[in-house]
Design a protein around this ligand. Structure first.
Ligand SMILES: Nc1ncnc2c1ncn2[C@@H]1O[C@H](COP(=O)(O)OP(=O)(O)OP(=O)(O)O)[C@@H](O)[C@H]1O
Length: 647
């Protein structure tokens, strides 16, 4: 049977829905094109001048070397010394060329001239060999330093990203900064170091050529600079053309990457097929790819023309430099031997200057993204959680909240507003309220994930702000509303709840039984060692309810004095739900359990119930008291109970 012909994006928009949807996406593009998320760097780059670039270069190089220094002092010093030494050897080689020419162009019989040139020739050979060896050693050291810098930059970013408090994650400006730093900042850090080293290499070579020229005739030096200025101009202009093009394309790339992800990822694969949206997405990806291809072709044409102009002007200036040399020779201001050496030095110097201009431009270009990386590091450091102060107690009798208010960044009104409550050891405390009433946020405050802007949270009278946040969280176990599906083995998915202590399989199994997970885990192909991720060979996936049972087991395994369960049974079947609540009651002995659930039947068992509305506590008491009060709680309870009765 012949293979079905692959559909090309051009064939795709054949039905009205696809065309209408295409129009919809195209309309959205305009909005995104206005505000690409890395606009700041690009704008700065696009508007830069040559002078600004030269002025910024030393600071960038300093930062680059500092980064290398932090990654590995020994390797950084080795690279520096080897580069300088290789440059020194190159200078000796250049001077010996002068010696050779001097000897050969002497007046007198040829054998004598050759003999006079021999010592310099030997020196030249030795200098070239030494330079070759040193340059190879420098390349090897550089090769070691470069990945170390990448590793250090990546680790620094990860370290700072995980150090900031949870509220920072809700701040869009910080998230933007993180995207920029992650997207290009890390590789830029590495490249700034790489090109920074190249700048040094070219500087040493240039210094050698310039030194020789200055000795031979100082007037030749400005000619050298003149010869390379147009190439430098062309490099900066080409880079700017590149930035502007990226500025135009970034929104297109982002959208294309997003759609490409949707086409290839596992999660949307079922829906993509069920809704037959494949063609529609392929059309859109094809359209976006074409936009960027055409733009890149357009830009490369302009870059080639710019570089051609730069090279032509540089060639003209080089010709002038040689004319000047002839003039110096003609007017007897320079010996023939010196002129030969000068020609050689000019050639070498122009080569080094061109390379220097190109590399400096690369440093600057990457420096813009590197600045994003540094900016993010500084921003995150300022928001890092404080280092542990006082140690949190291993257990407590009472947690008290007083006038606790918490607002998300940029939110118009607080998500938790002036909450006062008391939680005692051995109690199950339920938080009840409609969607968005602030239950999860309050639970996060209790777990020490958010710091309230107003009010206090105390454990046995001690303000928790005095405890180091990490230490405090070690005393808390949380079952999240959407528990994380760790791509680890089933055993580790539970043991990670107490990853700091060695966990025996028996202990893990006990927690799994408590969370009602043991039964299905032993049915997995490799039981507790089964990798729970379909992204890897032999990995298995679980149902939503099974993941939730694992999360409950993980929380049990943590064995903390405060257990917070945010909708722990949302995906559970009736039997599993019943089991979890039965065990919660056992677990509450000696602990405090905070329970958030919309299943009112489970709430009724709680020792104390707090009803939230718009972030504030509007009712509190046990089930009987609240029913008698005939308020919001009684309304919610009766609604659900009626639904069951009529069903
Ligand atoms: N990360 C966030 N950033 C900004 N606002 C948020 C964030 N999370 C929640 N909110 C807002 O805070 C308010 C309280 O949300 P919260 O999730 O605490 O409610 P909830 O009572 O747990 O709701 P549900 O029953 O739907 O889980 C809502 O108005 C919500 O829009």
């Amino acid at each position: 049977m012949p293979d079905p012909a692959p559909e090309t994006p051009e064939e795709a928009p054949e039905d009205g829905v696809a065309v209408a949807a295409e129009g919809m996406l195209a309309a959205q593009d305009d909005g995104e094109l206005e505000l690409p998320y890395w606009l700041t760097s690009t704008e700065e780059a696009a508007n830069t001048t040559f002078r600004q670039m030269v002025r910024r270069l030393p600071a960038l190089l300093r930062e680059a070397w500092l980064l290398g220094w932090r990654a590995s002092r020994r390797t950084t010093v080795a690279v520096l010394l080897l580069q300088v030494a290789a440059g020194g050897a190159a200078a000796v080689g250049l001077i010996s060329v002068v010696g050779v020419l001097d000897g050969l162009l002497l007046a007198g019989p040829t054998p004598e001239r050759v003999r006079a040139a021999v010592p310099s020739l030997l020196l030249l050979i030795v200098a070239l060999a030494v330079r070759g060896l040193l340059a190879s050693a420098a390349t090897a050291a550089h090769g070691r330093l470069s990945p170390m810098v990448y590793e250090a930059a990546e680790m620094r970013l990860m370290d700072l990203t995980t150090r900031v408090d949870l509220a920072t994650f809700d701040d869009p400006s910080w998230r933007d900064a993180m995207e920029r730093a992650r997207d290009r900042g890390i590789s830029a850090a590495q490249q700034v170091v790489d090109h920074g080293i190249e700048v040094l290499t070219h500087l040493v070579g240039l210094a050698a050529a310039a030194g020789v020229l200055a000795v031979l005739h100082p007037a030749l030096l400005p000619m050298l600079v003149l010869a390379v200025a147009p190439t430098a101009w062309a490099a900066v202009r080409s880079a700017k053309l590149g930035y502007r093009s990226k500025l135009r394309l970034i929104a297109v790339w982002r959208r294309q990457r997003m759609l490409a992800y949707l086409l290839a990822a596992r999660e949307p694969a079922a829906e993509l097929r069920a809704f037959t949206v494949r063609r529609f997405l392929l059309t859109e990806v094809g359209r976006l790819l074409r936009i960027s291809t055409l733009e890149e072709i357009r830009v490369i044409g302009r870059v080639v023309r710019t570089n051609l102009a730069g090279q032509a002007l540089s060639g003209l200036a080089t010709g002038l430099a040689y004319l000047m040399l002839f003039w110096l020779l003609w007017t007897g201001r320079m010996e023939l031997a010196a002129a030969g050496a000068a020609a050689y030095a000019i050639n070498l110097g122009i080569g080094k200057l061109s390379e220097l201009a190109f590399t400096a431009n690369r440093v600057y270009e990457q420096g813009l993204y590197f600045a994003d990386f540094q900016g993010f590091c500084e921003m995150s450091w300022a928001r890092a959680e404080p280092e542990p102060a006082a140690d949190a107690p291993t257990a407590f009798r009472e947690i008290r909240l007083d006038g606790v208010t918490f607002s998300y960044p940029d939110a118009e009104r607080p998500a938790v507003n002036g909450v006062a409550m008391t939680l005692r050891r051995g109690q199950i405390v339920a938080l009840v309220g409609e969607n968005g009433s602030g239950k999860s946020t309050l639970a996060a405050v209790l777990a020490g994930l958010y710091r309230p802007q107003k009010g206090t949270v105390t454990w046995d009278g001690v303000d928790v702000s005095r405890f180091g946040p990490e230490r405090m969280r070690e005393r808390v176990a949380v079952v999240m509303q959407e528990p994380t599906r760790w791509p680890l083995s089933a055993r580790l998915n539970i043991a990670i709840g107490r990853h700091d202590r060695p966990a025996t399989l028996a202990a893990v199994q006990e927690s799994a039984r408590a969370g009602d997970a043991h039964e299905f885990v032993v049915e997995l192909p490799r039981q507790y060692e089964t990798l729970l991720s379909r992204h890897f060979t032999d990995g298995a996936d679980l149902s939503g309810g099974q993941w939730q049972r694992l999360a409950v087991s993980r929380a049990f395994h943590r064995d903390a004095p405060l257990l917070i369960c945010d909708e722990p049974t949302a995906n559970l079947d009736a039997r599993a739900e019943h089991e979890v609540y039965r065990r919660l009651r056992d677990l509450a002995a000696g602990r405090t359990v905070v329970l958030i659930t919309h299943r009112m039947a489970s709430v009724r068992e709680a020792d104390r119930i707090y009803v939230l509305d718009h972030g504030a506590i509007v009712e509190e008491g046990d089930h009987e008291e609240l029913m008698a009060a005939a308020g919001l709680y009684a309304q919610l309870f009766t609604l659900q109970a009626d639904a069951y009765r009529t069903a």
